[in-house]
Design a protein. Structure first.
Length: 218
């Protein structure tokens, strides 16, 4: 079964693990992946798949510390260094495999997927290189580093919509380009209702990836 991590689609779990391994190997023992590293967001997304990611991430990720196994220098792993500089070990194998998306998470993904154009549009209009993250003050130079945060949490908007429109579709299609689950054609009317409802309540701001992820798990 294919999986998506950090915007990359892998045909199976082994290919995803090989990709992680090759990045870790290229960085090498004693190296690290911080916010300036183009792989940072990929690793954040990877870690979010871990069944205990909330515990692992704590208040947020400062950087990822790469090491090779003392017994086998070709065997790599990484620790999370949190914002408060505490460290936590995490298995990337468990990140890749350990995430059993519950039925509820699949549905949330479908509702997120369909409003993605609004999010991208906000970012394209409002991102300016050199702007500051309003929560931590770090400088955002690249669009890639900037995450769009829902000020009124997405899950609250969705919960109120589901209360209002209880006949949620139970069967979904797979989007051929992103390989993510999406609404079927016959549910287009329902989907459009949701898009307009979401648009009427959503307010956004641009945060750095670390601040955005720590808000998502609060
Ligand atoms: Zn920030």
């Amino acid at each position: 079964m294919s999986l998506e991590i950090g915007g990359l689609v892998f045909a199976n779990q082994n290919l995803a693990k090989n990709h992680v391994r090759s990045i870790l190997k290229s960085i090498g023992d004693g190296g690290y992946i911080d916010k300036t590293n183009p792989f940072f967001n990929f690793f954040l997304d990877l870690v979010m798949r871990h069944p205990k990611h909330e515990e692992k991430i704590g208040k947020g990720v400062n950087r990822f510390l790469v090491y090779s196994d003392w017994a086998n220098e070709n065997c790599f792993g990484f620790d999370i260094e949190r914002i408060d500089l505490t460290k936590e070990n995490i298995s990337f194998n468990q990140c890749v495999t350990g995430h059993n998306k519950s039925e509820k998470n699949v549905v949330i993904g479908v509702f997120r997927h369909v409003i993605n154009d609004d999010i991208v549009g906000f970012k394209n209009l409002n991102f300016k290189p050199g702007m500051q993250c309003p929560l931590c003050g770090c400088i955002l130079n690249k669009k890639f580093d900037a995450h769009v945060d829902h000020i009124l949490p997405f899950k609250d908007i969705l919960a109120s919509f589901l209360k209002k429109e209880p006949n949620t579709p139970k069967v979904f299609d797979i989007d051929p380009s992103t390989k993510q689950k999406c609404f079927r054609m016959e549910d287009a009317f329902y989907a459009v209702n949701w898009i307009y409802y979401h648009r009427s309540l959503a307010t956004y701001r641009i945060l750095c990836s670390t601040c955005n992820v720590s808000r998502r798990i609060d």
